[in-house]
Design a protein around this ligand. Sequence first.
Ligand SMILES: Cc1cc2nc3c(=O)[nH]c(=O)nc-3n(C[C@H](O)[C@H](O)[C@H](O)COP(=O)(O)OP(=O)(O)OC[C@H]3O[C@@H](n4cnc5c(N)ncnc54)[C@H](O)[C@@H]3O)c2cc1C
Length: 414
Amino acid sequence: MTGIFNWSENHRFRAVEILRPISVDSVRQAVAASPRIHAAGARHSFNDSADGPGAMIDLGDIPAECIIDADRATVTASAACSYGALALRLEAAGWALENMASLPHITLAGAISTGTHGSGDAVGTLSSAVAGLDLVTATGDLVALRRGDADFDGMVVGLGALGVVVRVMLDIVPSYRLRQDAFQGLAWPENAAEFDRVMGAGKSVSLFTAWSGATLDRWWVKTRIAEGAPDVAPDVGAALAQFPFLGAPADRLRRLTAFGVAGPWCDRLPHGRIEFVQVRHLQSEILVPRARVIEAIGMLRAIGGRIDPHLLVTEIRSMAADALWLSPAQGRDTVGIHFSWNERDPATVGALCQAIEALLMPLGGRPHWGKILLAPAERLAPLYPRMEDFRRLAARVDPGGKFRNGFIDRHVFG
Ligand SMILES: Cc1cc2nc3c(=O)[nH]c(=O)nc-3n(C[C@H](O)[C@H](O)[C@H](O)COP(=O)(O)OP(=O)(O)OC[C@H]3O[C@@H](n4cnc5c(N)ncnc54)[C@H](O)[C@@H]3O)c2cc1C
């Protein structure tokens, strides 16, 4: 037993030892020599996806690499590098990412392996920005996969089931300035056109709310400010909010990235600053087809009285469709409906998550692989047209089940 917990402290790791290799060669030796091994990133998932019955391998001690290829507009970085650290390196070199998650502390490999996302109608999940992967397979071989290769679309959102990712190649774009504003006063969207208008108000839009109110609480709009364009809030027909969170203590506000003034993309795309750690809490999220989001909102509002007493906040975000087999956005434009819980009792949160899964999965809602996830494989499989292909791929690249863990057994193979 490692005696360590995940970030939210709702899972104690059962792996028998932690391996901390200091080079890619030592990763290859460790994988070849271990009967059971599973990779962990920053352990920010709210479940046991990074755990395993054998050794846990943590790549955090491998010296960081970050190679920018300006001709191909890609960066290749170490798997354990955090998005926050990568963002600073890119900005210093005049480059940027199109999207980031709310938290910059997560690792490249950990985030892309679970289909982690930010928000933006025109941008996909973080996994969809992956142009290549260097992966240590069950035999200890180092394999370089590039977008367009056979099986690549199955490999990116891999849940650690296919091998140990040692480097990630991501698409990059020239650096840009972004402005973040918070607004209040938004009627619940009643049809797709209203929802589209709100989510299209900026490069990245997040709606923050509880479910029982007559209106949505708040929305954040991140607007790209072109070179030479005036640094003003977008005209979205709503009042600018004085504070991102009404009544939030000053200490909480300091943890957030800046509002009301344009700045580098890396200081505006994530919600939280890398130098601060959020208050620990539990999270769940269901990612519904965009075409069904109005129904989903109606269903959740109908049980808002049950959800809200236990809710810190819901965040609603959009993302473009992609082709990655286990991605939450595979094959359809998608809306993530996220729940940060102010409740730690596993039975209470579990019952709420179960009720929400029961409502939204019949709409095609896919529970986030990195958050509290209850549905077993037989209920998840119909949501992923390529699930059987993923199972076959995992069985082919890891015939002995070296990388299998309880999470993959429960939620993928069944
Ligand atoms: C406060 C907070 C905010 C969050 N915000 C967001 C958000 O905005 N959007 C969102 O979508 N999610 C969000 N998440 C969820 C988070 O992005 C995912 O859980 C993500 O997978 C965590 O990355 P990690 O580095 O901690 O990976 P871990 O939790 O350590 O691992 C996750 C998965 O990746 C695999 N993995 C890790 N490293 C490797 C490797 N080198 N090779 C192969 N497989 C590997 C693991 O086996 C496991 O299956 C948030 C989580 C927290 C705690």
